[in-house]
Design a protein around this ligand. Structure first.
Ligand code: THU
Length: 148
C-alpha cells in the first residue's frame, strides 16, 4: 500500500508557507500546556481571508479532557468567524512529522474535507497529505443533508 504523501507546498505562496510553519512552531513552543505527556504540539491554520490562527495541545489533570493542537486552532479560527481554510500545519518536538489523531481528522474534515495538512518534524522538514487521504470515505454534513 502506498500512501499519497507529498513534499511540496504548491497551495501556498513562499511567504504563506514560511508563516504557517513559524506559527505552528510558535504553538508548540509558546502555547502548549502539556505537563502530563510533556509532548508539545502546535498547529496553525490559514484562513481563506489570509488570517492565521494558532493552536496548541491543552492538557488536563483529568487526562481524557485534553484537547489537541489541531482542534484548538480550529476553535480559535471559528471564534474569529473563519470557517474556510487554505491549509493546516502541525508541529511538535518529535524528530518525525506527526499526523493528526483520529478525532482531529474528523474535526478538520468538517471545515476542510480536502485540506492540505502540513506535518512538520522538529528540524523543519515536512510531509504533506490531504485530509481526504488521511480520512477516506468520511462522514460529514452532506450525510445529514446539510450544506453549512
Ligand atoms: N496531540 C495533539 O495535540 N495532536 C495530535 O495530532 C496528536 C496528539 C497531543 C495530545 C496530548 O496532549 C499529547 O499530544 C500526547 O498525546
Amino acid at each position: 500500500m502506498t500512501f499519497p504523501v507529498y513534499t511540496d507546498h504548491d497551495e501556498l505562496s513562499k511567504e504563506e508557507f514560511k508563516e504557517i510553519k513559524e506559527k505552528c512552531f510558535e504553538g508548540t513552543r509558546e502555547y502548549s500546556y502539556s505537563p502530563y505527556s510533556k509532548f508539545r504540539v502546535g498547529a496553525a491554520i490559514l484562513a481563506d481571508n489570509g488570517e492565521y490562527f494558532i493552536g496548541a495541545n491543552i492538557e488536563n489533570a483529568s487526562y481524557g479532557a485534553a484537547i489537541c493542537a489541531e482542534r484548538s486552532a480550529i476553535v480559535q479560527a471559528n471564534m474569529h468567524r473563519n470557517k474556510k481554510f487554505k491549509a493546516i500545519a502541525i508541529s511538535s518536538d518529535s524528530k518525525e512529522p506527526i499526523s493528526p489523531c483520529g478525532i482531529c481528522r474528523q474535526v478538520i474534515r468538517e471545515f476542510g474535507p480536502k485540506l492540505p495538512v502540513f506535518m512538520f518534524a522538529s528540524d523543519g522538514s515536512f510531509k504533506k497529505m490531504y485530509l481526504n487521504d488521511l480520512l477516506p470515505f468520511s462522514f460529514g454534513p452532506e450525510n445529514l443533508g446539510i450544506n453549512p
